[in-house]
Write a protein that binds this ligand. Structure first.
Ligand code: SAM
Length: 199
């Protein structure tokens, strides 16, 4: 089975654009068939952004792990005027995120780079956010959580979304063992938003 994170060669005709709104901002995305949630903002991503809007005041520089088209980073820059680094293992996703950063006029505050998990991450962040890959299994999911723990500044939050039926409880248990804390900050139609703070 070919998962969404595996790159494949593209023709120009594989690419298209869509518009969608979140947090009151109308955003425009260049997209392509092989990318996660290619024609609209994913419901889990939207639940995550709505929860952050309601429960957090973000500042400084954040990291989006598994950025896809760049929806989370771009929306958070619009909402909180933060700086965002965005990574993905998929070359096409990184290239599209770079284009979407320009399209949505957030270039001074945004960057996107290729990285398998935290392999190419060098910085320490004021917050880390993710709608993480699930189909790839718990080993990768948990290794992304380990990387986040290592790359957060003291007292900085990791904020992730996961569906209850995609392993929410096991992720919550893992985060609790890693961070010594983890709480559900919101739930929305089966999506749970978890927060863990680096001590
Ligand atoms: C559930 S999608 C979320 C995409 C985007 N953040 C959004 O909310 O629309 C997960 C993303 O993780 C990326 N991904 C999968 N495995 C990865 C890995 N090992 N390292 C970094 N990113 C990965 C996928 O390519 C995909 O874009």
């Amino acid at each position: 089975m070919q998962h969404y994170f595996i790159d494949k060669p593209h023709k120009e005709t594989d690419f298209f654009e869509f518009k969608d709104s979140v947090l009151g901002y109308e955003l425009c995305f260049r997209s392509c068939d092989s990318i996660f949630s290619k024609t609209k903002i994913d419901d889990g991503t939207r639940a995550l952004l709505n929860a952050i809007d309601k429960h957090f005041v973000l500042s400084g520089t954040g990291l989006d792990v598994g950025c896809g088209l760049g929806v989370i980073g771009i929306a958070l820059i619009k909402r909180f005027n933060v700086n965002m680094h965005m990574l993905d293992v998929n070359n096409t996703a990184v290239s599209l995120t770079q284009q979407n950063i320009v399209k949505n006029n957030v270039k001074p505050q945004a960057s996107a780079f290729l990285s398998n998990g935290f392999a190419n991450v060098k910085d320490y962040y004021d917050f880390i956010v993710s709608n993480p890959p699930i189909k790839t299994g718990k080993k990768l999911l948990f290794s992304l959580m380990d990387g986040a723990m290592q790359h957060l500044k003291p007292n900085a939050p990791l904020i992730v979304v996961i569906r209850k039926d995609h392993g929410m409880q096991s992720l919550k248990n893992y985060l609790t063992s890693l961070f010594n804390n983890c709480e559900i900050v919101a739930r929305d139609k089966g999506y749970y938003i978890l927060k863990a703070i680096k001590n």
